[in-house]
Design a protein around this ligand. Sequence first.
Ligand code: URA
Length: 455
Amino acid sequence: MELLSLIRAKRRGAELSTTDIQQLVTGIVDHSVADSQLAALLMAICYEGLSYQETFALTRAFIDSGVTLDWSHLPGPVVDKHSTGGVGDKVSLLLMPWLAAAGLTATKMSGRSLGHTGGTIDKLESIPGFNVNLTGAQMAEVINDVGCCVVAQGADLVPADKIVYALRDATDTVDELGLIAASVISKKVAAGADYIVLDVKCGSGAFFTSLARARKFAQVALRLGRDLGKQIGCVISNMDQPLGRTIGNILEVHEVLDILNGQQLDILNGQQTSEDVVELCATLGGVLLALSGKAANASLGRQAMLDLPKTGAVGERFERWIAAQRGDVAQLNAQASTPNTTRQVSVQATRSGVVAGMNTRKIGEIARRLGAGRLTKDDRIDPWAGILCVKKVGDTVEAGEVLAYLFQGSSSEPIPKELLAEYQQTITISSYGVELPQVVLEVLPPNRGLSVIGG
Ligand code: URA
């Protein structure tokens, strides 16, 4: 295939044919397409975009580049969840055992950190002993045992996306709508679940910074789902501030433990530290309960989800799941109850007022530079590096009060002073009150009651 002509065509804004795209993906997988040329094409795509036809062709070709899993032998319905990428997004860690406790079979192939956003696999790997590399048979065993399982994308599942994903990360060509849609939907279709919910992040920390773009993505995702025979629901959620309070791998796992152990699940009383995480999990779960026919609509599904943790069923399922994937629950609990506070520095507010905004992308980038994410694809994650956001949007703050703690992880280098100043600059403090942000912005499609979310 003449890759130069494809790059030239895309640079001029032309539409690539289905055959071009199929051949491109074949060349990516057999390594006959050079990284340099693929990077140039990706950059052209970022400028010119992909049409729906191109996005569909890319999604189909991605799926066909590897195997498709079949879970028909498992007790159904089998559900899956995916996020378009956020900062402090620990939803999968909590939602998967929560779905299992709700009677669904939840499987998930997750990715590693991408750009300024974190990855579920890195978070799970920060749990001592946790094994993310399971064979199909081992996955089935874990699912039969606890009802949920999360693994790293195996080499044979959508291999083309694996190659393109890493190159997009290395060349800052991540945030093109069609590329994200093809990446997400191909993996979800190949992973074989019956019902899929997408958490479409929207805001300063997301790849879609406006509601219009997030909606457009959700519509493309729903259309791809329909054209590929999958039932998909989308929740557009707020990423104008980090989700929950922590950013960074083991820090986020500890926050989930806090949620499970504390009273934070009682979101109706408000004033809790991680209520946005809980609300988002309940809404995503509610959509899956509605899609799979276990709730009459998403609103009732959300309520059923919220009733569950009070029984202790979610915490119990979480521990069983971690243990089933060889995670050391006792060590995890011990670490969480005695956090290492010697390697942290605080960032103070320079003025008094109300936190009116957080530049979430910048905050994600600071976490990445502390070691919570990768700057190159070969970098190692530092599980203990990250940020604890003490103040979030709507919180009042006095000058000199702590806005956040930065954790340097295992690095012996002190945290550079400019990083503290950069964090201060990410926070907008206003003298006026602000409207408290809702974590759930919209639920699609607006049928079967899916858009009618209460609370
Ligand atoms: N998540 C994915 O799996 N792919 C993307 O491109 C972005 C987020």
